[in-house]
Design a protein. Structure first.
Length: 629
């Protein structure tokens, strides 16, 4: 008996232990909601979305059936689908571990023809599909509720004038649709022609938003199959429209599906999806654009707008703008762009700018280029498919070349623009001025960590700082595969940080005329230092070091003279006798290599240049070669 009692206690104790380890609570189990959805004509509805107002819970199948699990509680369930009025079942109680049966009948959305202009404040809701059969002028405020569908007939559009305004506030689950009258996928077969018609780009015109300060709002909207006049949303002069979380899809849009080329700087274009358009977006210089918009098809994750680029046609900046878009490039097709005085454009790392033939920028205000070593800002040709793909949409029919675009010109006293980690390619195409960057009179532009490659500069040098102020900062730049890389005046100091060869290439690409070209007739002002030893300094004409100023050289510095002389009023040429410092002819390939770019076609001769004069005496140092004294 005692033995049996011990067994009983052991079994009881083990049961207590096992019971203590089971933390499950039947009240924590989810409940199940199921049922069938049909319309008032007895048709089962597939693809109906069921939500709790925030989260998608499920969809009906081909037979109209649905089921989902959800935590116990009391809910409002929303049933929505194209062409049907959203149905809400309020205060549905879901019990833990239990099944709730819920059948739903939905009503078709009524189609209302809109044929008259809108002059008063009007609200449209999702209990109707609004058919726009002709052009409509809107001078009042049109408020469009979530889930509303607007369909445009062929060639129809809206013209928002004067005090007119549109406020279209959809949601992620219930967006607002602006689409074609032939679009049966949205709202069903509204034109009741079966499969006789189908939607296409350019079916309808556009929404033209006018008026200074027009602050219309589009949030969670779809814009489809529009653009027969070249855009779908036309943000006219002075507008400050907000377009956020919208999808702009399948539009004919030579001027950009959203054309903001005249809009003001209060315009907001953020978190939108652009795909399957001709051109997705057109901007003025003065509109901020961050990196929140997407230009990828959600189905293929490819940049599949015809021109995967942002077209910039508004060509004058008035204000301040920042660009951070890195998924597709900005394209400049006009001849001239201008950043006015007291305005600024900021380009952040990874931004790519592509220029068409003859495109030239003039910067009177500030251009700040904030690239990074691993993600520079790129200025290149419209034909350059290596940078963010085939932007001009011609496959391999065109390739980039030297001179495809013109230049950037910086003007204005004390212009303090900053270019850091930028790449400049295929520029110098002007027949008059073949530079890439021109730093104008008394500018103090900083150019650091930039790369210049495949540019012209034969006459004016790729980076032309001949007129720049003394404190211009040119450091850590790379020049290769150009004609003439760099020009300075004799007020500018140059250290040994710039590189004139592509060190990453197996054949060490250099420039055709590998030198730093000094402006003729410029006087040394201040305590100038020329320390670059990789290429020589090339002087043409007289360069004078006036009293109270000095020029300091470093070991291995070479000065080559294409005629002209170096005149020192005092003993103010420092380290002229340092090791391997040479004063020689432009034709002298033995010192500083082939600077004049002609191989062995020319050789140096005595009298190629005048010489070095110090204190009214022509010098005869051993390191002075081929002079006339």
């Amino acid at each position: 008996m005692k033995y049996l009692f011990r067994i009983f206690l052991a079994v009881l104790f083990a049961g207590l232990i096992l019971t203590g380890c089971d933390n499950s609570n039947p009240n924590d189990e989810p409940g199940t909601v199921q049922g069938k959805v049909g319309d008032t004509n007895g048709q089962s509805l597939d693809g109906i979305c069921i939500t709790d107002g925030t989260n998608t819970l499920g969809y009906t199948d081909n037979d109209g059936d649905y089921h989902f699990q959800i935590d116990k509680g009391t809910y409002d369930f929303y049933f929505s689908g194209n062409g049907y009025i959203t149905h809400v079942e309020y205060d549905v109680e879901v019990k833990a571990g239990k099944t709730t049966d819920l059948d739903v009948l939905m009503n078709l959305v009524e189609v209302e023809d809109i044929t008259s202009n809108i002059g008063l404040n009007v609200t449209w809701n999702n209990n109707k599909i609004y058919h726009i059969s002709n052009d409509i002028i809107i001078t009042g405020e049109l408020t469009i509720g979530k889930g509303t569908i607007i369909k445009f007939d062929a060639g129809a559009g809206w013209d928002v004038q004067n005090e007119g305004k549109i406020t279209a506030m959809g949601t992620e689950l219930e967006p607002i649709y602006f689409t074609s009258w032939y679009d049966d996928n949205i709202g069903g077969d509204s034109n009741n022609d079966g499969n006789a018609t189908s939607p296409a780009r350019g079916d309808w015109e556009s929404i033209d938003l006018g008026g200074i300060g027009n602050n219309s709002i589009f949030n969670h909207c779809y814009f489809q199959y529009g653009g027969c006049d070249g855009e779908v949303l036309w943000l006219n002069f002075g507008t400050e429209v907000s377009i956020t979380y919208c999808s702009i899809v399948n539009n004919l849009s030579a001027n950009g599906a959203i054309n903001a080329s005249l809009a003001f700087d209060g315009t907001e274009i953020e978190n939108n999806d652009f795909y399957d358009n001709e051109w997705p977006l057109c901007l003025s210089l003065g509109i901020d654009l961050d990196n929140s918009n997407s230009f990828l098809s959600p189905n293929t994750t490819q940049r599949n707008n015809d021109h995967a680029a942002i077209k910039v046609t508004g060509n004058t900046l008035q204000g301040t703008a920042t660009w951070s878009e890195t998924e597709i490039p900005f394209v400049f097709l006009n001849d001239s762009y201008e950043i006015k005085d007291d305005t600024s454009l900021i380009l952040n790392s990874g931004t790519v700018l592509k220029m068409n033939q003859s495109t030239c920028w003039t910067v009177y205000g500030t251009l700040d280029v904030n690239g990074e070593q691993s993600s520079p800002v790129v200025f290149t040709s419209y034909k350059d498919d290596d940078e963010l793909g085939d932007t001009n949409n011609d496959g391999d029919a065109s390739t980039p070349a030297v001179g495809d675009w013109d230049c950037l010109k910086f003007e204005g006293t004390n212009n303090s623009s900053n270019l850091n980690y930028a790449v400049f390619k295929y520029s110098g195409g002007s027949s008059d001025e073949d530079y890439t960057l021109y730093l104008g009179s008394n500018t103090t532009v900083t150019v650091t960590n930039c790369t210049f490659t495949f540019n012209d500069g034969l006459e004016d040098c790729v980076l032309n700082a001949k007129e720049a102020a003394a404190n211009t900062n040119l450091q850590y730049n790379i020049f290769y595969s150009n004609q003439k890389p760099l020009a300075i005046n004799s007020k500018i100091s140059i250290d040994a940080t710039n590189i004139f060869v592509n060190a990453n290439s197996s054949n060490l690409e250099t420039n055709v005329y590998n030198g730093i070209f000094v402006k003729s007739g410029s006087d040394v002002e201040g305590n100038v230092q020329w320390l670059e030893t990789q290429v020589p300094f090339v002087l043409s004409g007289e360069v004078r070091i006036t009293s109270g100023n000095s020029l300091t050289l470093a070991e291995d510095v070479v000065l080559k003279f294409n005629g002209g002389s170096l005149v020192c009023e005092d003993d103010n040429l420092n380290y002229y006798s340092a090791d391997n410092v040479w004063f020689t002819s432009y034709q002298d390939d033995a010192h500083g290599e082939d600077t004049n770019g002609d191989g062995a076609a020319t050789t140096p001769q005595n009298g190629d240049w005048e010489g070095v004069e110090m204190g009214d005496v022509w010098q005869t140092w051993n390191n002075i070669l081929y002079d006339s004294h």
